[in-house]
Design a protein around this ligand. Structure first.
Ligand SMILES: [Zn+2]
Length: 349
C-alpha cells in the first residue's frame, strides 16, 4: 500500500521542485554578455554583432577583424553540451562530498573524460575569482602537501597539452623528474594566506623535500598586498627575512611551542585560522584517492570555492552567482590549456 506523505514532506518536495524550475530557467549565455567580451586574438573589447553561425550570434572585433562567439576563451569555450553547464555547477556544489568524475558523468550523461575536463575547466576558471576579502590582519604560513603522480605515468597523452610542436624529449625528462621526486618523498609547498573573515588562498611555492623554504622563494611568489597590514606568522627565520622587505608591514610573530602550551592565545597573535582550515582541508582531501600534484592547485581552488559558498542552499540565487563566477574569467580556457605547461615549469623550479 502506498504511504501517504506527511504535510511537511510534501512542502519539502514542492520547494525542491520550485528550486529545480528556477535552475532550469537559467540560460548560460546570459553570463557572457557582449559588454564583458574580450577579443580572443588581440584582447580588445570593441566587438560588434556579425551574423549568426550555427544558430549562434557571432561577433567581430573592430580592432583586428577576428570573429568569435560571446563565450570565447571562457570555461565554456569549445565546450559541447553547453546547456549542461548550470547543472554541472550545481552538482559540483550541492554536497559536502566532492563529486567523482564517475558520478558527474552519470548525472549529466557525459563521458568520464569529458567530466574530468569540465571539472578542470571549472576549477581553473575560479582560480582568480576574487582576491581574498580585504582584511587588516592576515595570517601567513607555508603548507605542505605530498608530491603525487597518481598512477598516470604512461597513460596520459602529453602531446594533447603541449601541441604538435612538442619536442619528444620533454615528456621523458619530466617523467624522470617526477620519478625522482616521488621516490624521495618530495612535498609541494604552498603559501597559505588567511584573513580573519574565514577566507583563504594558496599560492604554489615549489616542490622540494620537507623543510623550510628560503625567504627568496616567499618573495618570489607573494602576490598579497601586505602594505599597512598586520601580518601574523610563526617565528621562522625565512618569514622574518621575507617580511623585512615590507617596511610598512606590522609583522607579529609567535612561537608554535608557546601556542601549544596555551601561552599568548588571547592576544590574537596566532595562526589558528590557518590551522583549522588545514585540518578541514586534510579531511576533505581524503575524499579523493590521492590528488596528483599536477592538479593540486585546482583542488585547492575547489576547496576555497566551496568555502566561499558555505550555506549554499540551492535557492536559485546562489547558483546564479556561482555560475557567473565560473564564467567571469575571460582567459580561463588558455589557463586550462596551460596547466601542463605550468606543471612542467613548476617541477623544475
Ligand atoms: Zn581583436
Amino acid at each position: 500500500m502506498e504511504t501517504k506523505l506527511k504535510q511537511y514532506q510534501s512542502k519539502v518536495i514542492a520547494r525542491l521542485i520550485g528550486n529545480f524550475r528556477k535552475l532550469n530557467a537559467i540560460d548560460v549565455s546570459e553570463f557572457t554578455p557582449r559588454s564583458t567580451m574580450l577579443c580572443r586574438k588581440c584582447n580588445g573589447h570593441h566587438l560588434v554583432k556579425n551574423g549568426v553561425f550555427n544558430k549562434r550570434q557571432r561577433y567581430k572585433c573592430k580592432d583586428c577583424n577576428h570573429t568569435q562567439f560571446a563565450d570565447a576563451n571562457t570555461a565554456l569555450f569549445n565546450l559541447k553540451f553547453k546547456d549542461k553547464w548550470v547543472d554541472f555547477v550545481y552538482i559540483m556544489l550541492d554536497n559536502e562530498q566532492p563529486k567523482s568524475c564517475e558520478k558527474i558523468s552519470k548525472s549529466l550523461e557525459i563521458n568520464i573524460k569529458t567530466a574530468h575536463e569540465w571539472r578542470l575547466k571549472f576549477l581553473t576558471a575560479i582560480s582568480d575569482i576574487e582576491p581574498i576579502g580585504d582584511s587588516q590582519e592576515l595570517e601567513l604560513d607555508e603548507i605542505y602537501l605530498p608530491f603525487c603522480v597518481k598512477g598516470r605515468i604512461g597513460k596520459e597523452k602529453y602531446d594533447e597539452w603541449y601541441g604538435e610542436n612538442n619536442p619528444q624529449n620533454v615528456e621523458s625528462s619530466l617523467r624522470k623528474e617526477e620519478k625522482i621526486k616521488e621516490e624521495q618523498k618530495h612535498q609541494t609547498i604552498y603559501l597559505c594566506t588567511h584573513n580573519r573573515n574565514a577566507d583563504f588562498d594558496f599560492t604554489p611555492i615549489k616542490i622540494q623535500k620537507k623543510g623550510i623554504v628560503a625567504a627568496d622563494d616567499l618573495v618570489r611568489v607573494n602576490t598579497n598586498n601586505l602594505s599597512e597590514k598586520t601580518v601574523i606568522t610563526d617565528s621562522e627565520p625565512s618569514m622574518k627575512a621575507f617580511l623585512k622587505s615590507y617596511t610598512d608591514v606590522n609583522h607579529q610573530t609567535f612561537k608554535s611551542s608557546d601556542i601549544k602550551q596555551g601561552i599568548m592565545v588571547e592576544t590574537g597573535i596566532h595562526n589558528n585560522n590557518i590551522n583549522n582550515t588545514m585540518m578541514r582541508l586534510k579531511k576533505w582531501l581524503k575524499n579523493f584517492s590521492g590528488v596528483s600534484t599536477k592538479y593540486q592547485k585546482q583542488y585547492l581552488n575547489w576547496f576555497r570555492f566551496q568555502n566561499l559558498f558555505t550555506g549554499f542552499d540551492f535557492n536559485g540565487l546562489n547558483i546564479r552567482d556561482a555560475v557567473n563566477k565560473t564564467l567571469t574569467d575571460k582567459d580561463a580556457y588558455s589557463k586550462f590549456k596551460s596547466i601542463f605547461l605550468f606543471y612542467g615549469l613548476f617541477i623544475n623550479i
